[in-house]
Design a protein around this ligand. Structure first.
Ligand SMILES: Cc1cc2nc3c(=O)[nH]c(=O)nc-3n(C[C@H](O)[C@H](O)[C@H](O)COP(=O)(O)OP(=O)(O)OC[C@H]3O[C@@H](n4cnc5c(N)ncnc54)[C@H](O)[C@@H]3O)c2cc1C
Length: 324
């Protein structure tokens, strides 16, 4: 079996930046295998970002100081997708789409075997760049089955005739979803468990707050959703502190966490919650990059780019034939 020095799992910002850095260190494109679960690059961004959302360079208070080749300034979503596609094409990166990793096994000689749904590869180093979105936090309350299809974790499929929408959360995504829903003509409520928004970047805070002041977002501070029941095929939402409301859809924007169950299932154990920029597994040779390593403060695109770049430098010093 051919040995590929590097396998990258996930073709989002972290995965692509990792591949570019491996090329910069003298490896050839044939040395790198990129395995992507979906049928497109940057799938999470393509699928989850609302089309009119600006892609911000400084996100979640992460200041954009790029250390590698890849770096974004503020841009639109189509511009970002084009930027990623251009890099992949220019560098000739080969991405294996629709690959689902089922097992990563350490071989006696120290190399790794990566098994997917339809193939196996042998490698020296694995970079895992799958993001956290498969592990989005849920409300954890009783929801009637008959309206479960009206609970969303993004706003992509909300229809214009769903007039009344509740957004739950108080971070940047919640603020952006609420702003965009208002601009699309929906009547919007925001439920947040605290009195004030503390986690939004200034531009989101300012825009969200002014929509609240103008009465375009009905803000329910200090509120916790306690149950959601069916009211004639609409969602009747109960809170601990406020009167219940009836809406046509509920969007949860509660953040996400590392998909530990999946990682364990495929054979990766990581004890640490936070790395500086990336994490390495306990046995060595498997690096977690991008959102997977971003910890509680959450990730950003430029953080993902930097994370891949720094992990490659570490891998060069330990496992690959390149200068750190
Ligand atoms: C709504 C929203 C708005 C945001 N806005 C901004 C912003 O304006 N600016 C900013 O800097 N950041 C923003 N972020 C954060 C930013 O998108 C992430 O930090 C960044 O995308 C992380 O990159 P990543 O490569 O680690 O993971 P991801 O972007 O999640 O990419 C992971 C890739 O791996 C693939 N994958 C997943 N599981 C597997 C698997 N098992 N096997 C193979 N492939 C897999 C996915 O399909 C995807 O292509 C936002 C996030 C959200 C959710």
């Amino acid at each position: 079996m051919v040995i590929h020095p590097v396998i990258i799992i996930g073709a989002g910002p972290a995965g692509i930046a990792t591949a570019v850095e491996v090329l910069n260190r003298g490896y050839k494109k044939e040395d790198i295998i990129i395995l992507e679960k979906s049928g497109e690059i940057a799938h999470m961004i393509a699928a989850k970002y609302p089309d009119e959302k600006p892609v911000l360079a400084n996100y979640k208070e992460r200041i954009a100081e790029c250390i590698g080749d890849l770096c974004i300034t503020d841009m639109t979503k189509p511009e970002f997708i084009d930027y990623m596609k251009e890099i992949v094409n220019k560098k000739g990166l080969k991405i294996h789409f629709h690959q689902s990793v089922e097992k990563i096994v350490k071989l006696k000689n120290g190399q790794w075997r990566v098994d997917t749904n339809d193939d196996s590869w042998i490698t020296n180093v694995v970079f895992v760049a799958i993001g956290n979105m498969s592990s989005a936090r849920t409300l954890g309350v009783r929801i009637d089955d008959s309206i479960a299809n009206l609970i969303y974790d993004d706003i992509q499929t909300i229809k214009s005739n769903q007039k009344d929408i509740l957004v739950v959360g108080g971070g940047d995504s919640a603020g952006e979803y609420a702003q965009i829903l208002v601009s699309r003509g929906h009547k919007v409520w925001m439920s947040y468990r605290k009195e004030h928004f503390a986690r939004m970047i200034p531009q989101n805070l300012e825009k969200t707050q002014s929509l609240i002041n103008e009465g375009k977002i009905n803000f329910l501070p200090n509120s916790i959703v306690t149950k959601i029941t069916d009211s004639n095929q609409r969602c009747s939402v109960s809170f601990n502190t406020h009167e219940s409301i009836v809406v046509d859809g509920v969007v949860t924007a509660l953040g996400s966490e590392r998909p530990k169950t999946y990682l364990k299932q495929i054979g990766i154990s990581v004890e640490k919650e936070d790395g500086d920029d990336f994490l390495e597994n306990e046995q060595g040779g498997i690096f977690m990059v991008g959102d997977l390593a971003s910890g509680k403060s959450g990730g950003s695109i430029n953080f993902a780019f930097n994370s891949g770049t720094k992990a490659v430098s570490k891998a060069c010093s330990l496992y690959l034939d390149c200068d750190a």
